[in-house]
Design a protein around this ligand. Structure first.
Ligand SMILES: *Cc1c(COP(=O)(O)O)cnc(C)c1O
Length: 401
């Protein structure tokens, strides 16, 4: 038995089986590269679902982690620490909002945004138990509230009773949104590109339409940029491709470069002021270790021009992918280095294709059974993309349909 088999046997015995990973056991990472326990090297094409935009173990982020670990790791929110303010100021100035509230996981940021919207609606509009419009195929995390408004049966089944107050409409359908608006509507929560939903990009003008509806009806526009934000799609926020400014933005994942769990919401003070002492909180939210890591992670995005790199290399990658002759492919779409390759339904599942890519040294993830997501760390070079493309080409040209 090799080391991989040993580990697979161990986790099979002791781990919850709530994931079905590729049979690869990673032990080291650097930049875009990861190494498994038997010494094989791979390019990471998933990047921790876009947590690793800065690459694995970016030296600047690791240094910040180590330095801060030697000084202070948790202050508790009953006291101040000397890292949180710097972190939140950086986050506000990068995203263009007045205030930020730090949490830990992405789903906590989403929960925080929902709480902010509900309380704002109560205080500003006198609406109790208001409704939030969300979209089919959404992914906002795994809490009871987040799965309450999921349209994916496997995320929900058996977990009721659910949180009420959500209306689901088709993604990208502005008329359906208009029809769903009622006196009780307080917010619209959306992903600028649906990541888990299969790299779905709505038609041009959809988000401008949402903004108009929100302004007209005094409704909050909430963007979940946990996966799409911080450079992944070629802009700091994916919604900036549409020149639209949401009222609340949820961030997570790449905010700490895959080093430590940090999330946050950003918004202006007219919303954030609903959170008064005692109203909301988190033990680890805003802790100095996470804040120090996030400061470095945000600096790397700016200093290394990761937004511009993603935009340019993403276009290059997509053009070259489209040039591959493979009759099994239905569509290739993406923004920046956030790319989905959708196969024809006849192919069944793409998991076996991911296994073939793994043998060639690329680890990728299937989404919605039929889509392969290509989202390498944004520090990837053109030469490394060319190398990846050679492997992809060999696998794709051998797919029989
Ligand atoms: C990953 C993700 C979340 C949840 O983040 P966790 O850190 O796993 O809780 C929420 N929304 C979107 C769009 C995501 O991609």
């Amino acid at each position: 038995m090799n080391n991989t088999q040993k580990e697979l046997k161990l986790v099979d015995r002791v781990s919850a089986q709530n994931y079905k990973p590729l049979p690869v056991v990673l032990s080291h990472g650097e930049g875009i590269w990861v190494t498994d326990v038997d010494g094989n090297r791979y390019i990471d094409m998933l990047s921790g679902y876009s947590s690793l935009n800065q690459g694995h173990r970016h030296p600047k982020i690791i240094k910040a982690l180590k330095d801060q670990a030697d000084r202070l790791t948790l202050s508790s929110r009953a006291f101040h620490n000397d890292k949180m303010g710097v972190f939140l100021e950086k986050l506000c100035s990068l995203t263009g909002y007045e205030k930020a509230l730090p949490m830990n996981s992405g789903v906590e940021a989403v929960e925080t945004a929902i709480k902010a919207a509900r309380k704002w609606a109560k205080e500003e509009r006198g609406i109790e138990e208001g409704e939030i419009i969300v979209f089919e195929n959404n992914f906002h995390g795994r809490s009871i509230t987040a799965v309450s408004f999921s349209s994916e049966q496997s995320y929900r089944s058996g977990f009721g009773p659910f949180t009420p107050g959500f209306v689901i409409v088709p993604y990208g359908d502005i008329d359906a949104v208009k029809k769903a608006i009622s006196k009780k509507t307080i917010a619209i929560l959306f992903e600028p590109i649906q990541g888990e939903g299969g790299i779905k990009i709505p038609v041009d003008g959809f988000f401008k339409g949402l903004r108009e509806i929100c302004d007209k009806n005094k409704i909050l526009m909430i963007a979940d940029e946990i996966q799409t934000g911080l450079g992944r799609t070629g802009k700091m926020l994916a919604i900036q491709h549409e020149n639209v400014r949401p009222d609340i933005v949820c961030l997570g994942k790449a905010i700490s470069g895959g080093v430590y769990p940090v999330s946050a919401i950003v918004c202006d003070d007219f919303i954030m002021k609903v959170f008064t002492p005692g109203v909301h909180g988190s033990t680890y939210g805003g802790n100095p270790l996470g804040a120090a890591v996030a400061i470095a992670a945000l600096d790397v995005i700016v200093e290394e021009n990761l937004c511009e790199k993603s935009l340019e290399l993403g276009k290059y990658f997509v053009d070259k992918l489209r040039a591959i002759k493979c009759s099994a492919i239905k569509e290739i779409r993406g923004r920046g280095l956030f790319i989905g390759i959708e196969f024809k339904p006849e192919i069944g599942k793409v998991f076996p294709i991911c296994e073939e890519l793994m043998k060639k040294g690329l680890i990728c993830k299937d989404t919605k059974n039929i889509i392969i997501r290509m989202a390498p760390p944004l520090v990837i070079t053109r030469e490394e993309i060319d190398h990846a493309l050679e492997q992809i080409k060999e696998v794709f040209e051998n797919i029989k349909i």
